[in-house]
Design a protein around this ligand. Sequence first.
Ligand code: ATP
Ligand code: MG
Length: 242
Amino acid sequence: MDRIRAPPAIELENISKNYGDIQALKGLSFRLEPGQRCALLGPNGAGKTTTLKILVGLLSPDSGYVRIGNYPPVSEEARRIMGYLPDDASPYRSFSVRENMEYIGALRGVDDVSEKVDRLLDALQLREYERAKVGRLSRGNLQKLAISLAIIHEPTVLFLDEPLNYLDIPTQEIVIDQLKMLNATILVSTHIMEVATRLTERVIMISHGSKIWSGSLSELKELGQDGEPIEKVVARMLTDAV
Ligand SMILES: Nc1ncnc2c1ncn2[C@@H]1O[C@H](COP(=O)(O)OP(=O)(O)OP(=O)(O)O)[C@@H](O)[C@H]1O
Ligand SMILES: [Mg+2]
């Protein structure tokens, strides 16, 4: 029986991006099927943030093809289904936590914003800060707020740039559970292997703007010799790629 295949949730084809003389991305290609959770893993300066910014339409590539669920990133359709946690998330500092959530929720067209905000305040343990001005939050609580703003409209395609930064260990567990509960396609940029293993089941490894490996976490583990930790395998692959 013929089945109509859903388009890839994320598709990037032969993307290049230069900043002046710096070649940040050199012909990068990959795709994620709907529902896949994947880490974009690479050392500092590899091009991870640049890749995410291109995928969400904040940067234009110099060349190549990008689609989110078959739509260009800047289209209405793509914007509606996407969520994005930037690496330098900056909620409105003079608004309270609740005001930020209600404002972004309203902009995103969320139904029953107030109830949704209540649920997120409890789920992310931000209730006691609901009336606090953002400028007075600790870095970790600011990160929790930024995560809630990225998921308030229940995106089906979610881009996260170093999402567990600044979070203590119990909070990391809470955030991981909330992100997994969304059942979204997730691309999470990180230089920390452990973030990949806790949030995703696939890995795309990049170095100097090029893909050096992609596959499932179990395939990656199999590349280790004699029970070698996965971090060592990755470190070797990245060193070999230089
Ligand atoms: N606005 C910019 N102007 C000039 N060069 C930039 C700019 N943004 C990034 N770059 C350069 O592009 C390359 C890729 O940077 P990018 O921020 O995408 O890396 P990254 O993998 O996210 O690194 P990190 O792990 O440190 O966050 C680096 O060489 C960086 O110095
Ligand atoms: Mg980055």
